[in-house]
Each structure stands twice: as C-alpha cells, then as structure tokens.
Design a protein around this ligand. Structure first.
Ligand code: AP5
Length: 214
C-alpha cells in the first residue's frame, strides 16, 4: 500500500507517518527530512536547498524530484509500501511522480489531505519538537512525552527543534502551501483518490480516521 499525506505545514503529516510506519509497516519518505539531512551534511543538494528552506520557499522541483526518486528506488523489495510525506507539493511534482510510478510499476492507493486552519498551525509549529533518535513528533501545548524528557517511541532523551519553525518562515510556508500545493487537492480529486480528514481533531481521532480510510 502506497499513500500520499497532503496538508499544510504543521497539519500532522509527520505525526501520522510515524504511526503508519509502526502500525502498517510502511516506510515514511519525508522530503523535508531528506533535505534537512542534506543541509546538515553539506551535500550538493543541501547547499542548494538551504536558502530556500530558511526562507520558507519550495526547493526547486528538479532537486526534490532527484531526492525522492533515489529514495523510492532504494526501497528494499520486501517493503510493504511507502508514505509520501511532503511530496508532491506542486502539480509539476505530481506529474513527475505519476511517470515515475509507471516506470517502476507501482500505484498510489490513497491521497489523504489533512485539513487544519492557519491560526491553529502557527501555534502547533511554535510548540513542536522532535526526538533526535527516531523523529517522533511532540508538542509543548498538545503532546508532551509521557515520561518527562524521554521519547515514548524509542526511549531517547535527546530532542531537537527546527530552524524554520519561526513565525516569519511559518507565515511564508503557509502562503506557499495555499498558492502552490493546494491545487493538488483538485488534481487527486479528479483521479478519485482523495480523502479529506479534519486534522483539528485530537491526534488519536485523526489516527482512527486514517485507519478507517485505509
Ligand atoms: P517539511 O519538513 O515537509 O515541512 P512541512 O510540510 O512544512 O510540514 P511540517 O513538517 O512542518 O508539518 P507536519 O504536517 O509534518 O506536522 P507535524 O506532524 O510535525 O518541509 C520543510 C521545507 O522543506 C519546506 O518549507 C521546503 O522548503 C522544503 N521541502 C520539503 N518538501 C519539498 C518538496 N516536495 N518540494 C519543494 N520543497 C520541499 O505536527 C506539527 C505539530 O503539531 C507537532 O508538534 C505535533 O505534535 C502537533 N500535532 C500534530 N497533530 C496534531 C493534532 N491532531 N492535534 C494537536 N497537535 C497536533
């Protein structure tokens, strides 16, 4: 089973991806995580991506398409499927993805759009922190670890915050989402693959809703 999680920054795509990895044994492919890794290691992709990400802009399509194509090609044959988290983000990326899937003989089974209002997203992003060990997502306001300072998922006691989670960049990321990514909702509606869910429900209810869809 291969799925796309679509939604604005802070909608909960990363949060639900971790659940889907554990529950359905799917592999999360997050272009944001891949690009952040590229920036941190100073790779040629990272050098190009850095200023776009810091400004809340989209990294050019050809760069991102190269990154995701390599990641899909590298999936072990026995993988149960993948979750595209943060890709595609433009209609052009979606068209390239369609071609890539034909080439490798795979399908997208469902596109789930997680809908959340902008003012809620800003609060979520300002409180976000993640486990440095496994990437599990937490929040100062909505989801603290069950034991203080210890990741619920892997037991690590090391956490990090993202440099693009500041108020100016978040505002720009929201503008970019509405202008460039939202048109994908119609793109996948026409293909009959779109399922919309209310991402403002509590995390456990969003999980339940995704479960029902899948
Ligand atoms: P990326 O890393 O993909 O960021 P994003 O899309 O902006 O999404 P986020 O990771 O911010 O949010 P999320 O939906 O995963 O929410 P989360 O689960 O963390 O992209 C970063 C940058 O990389 C882009 O700006 C761009 O420059 C570049 N990039 C990436 N992909 C690209 C592409 N395809 N093309 C071009 N450029 C690309 O949740 C947020 C918080 O809310 C957490 O603290 C969580 O605990 C909490 N939360 C989650 N769900 C709920 C809930 N239901 N109730 C209450 N709190 C909740």
């Amino acid at each position: 089973m291969n799925i796309i999680l679509l939604g604005p920054p802070g909608a909960g795509k990363g949060t639900q991806s971790k659940y889907l990895e554990d529950h359905f044994k799917l592999k999360q492919l997050s272009t944001g995580d891949m690009l952040r890794h590229a920036v941190a290691t100073g790779s040629p992709v990272g050098v190009v991506a850095k200023s776009y990400m810091e400004g809340g802009k989209l990294v050019p399509d050809d760069v991102v398409v190269g990154v995701i194509s390599e990641a899909i090609d590298a999936l072990p044959k026995e993988t149960a499927g993948f979750i595209l988290d943060g890709f595609p983000r433009t209609v052009q990326q979606a068209e390239v993805l369609d071609q890539l899937l034909v080439r490798i003989g795979k399908n997208i089974d469902a596109v789930i759009v997680v809908d959340v209002k902008d003012d809620v997203l800003v609060k979520r992003i300002s409180g976000r922190f993640t486990c440095a060990g496994c990437g599990e997502v937490f929040n100062d306001f909505f989801r603290l670890p069950q034991a203080e300072g210890v990741c619920d998922r892997c037991g690590s006691s090391s956490f990090k915050r993202r440099s693009d989670d500041n108020s100016d960049t978040v505002r720009e990321r929201l503008v970019v989402y509405h202008q460039q990514t939202k048109p994908l909702i119609d793109y996948y509606k026409v293909k009959g693959k779109l399922h919309a869910i209310d991402g403002e429900l509590p995390i456990e209810d969003v999980k339940r809703r995704i479960n029902e869809i899948l």
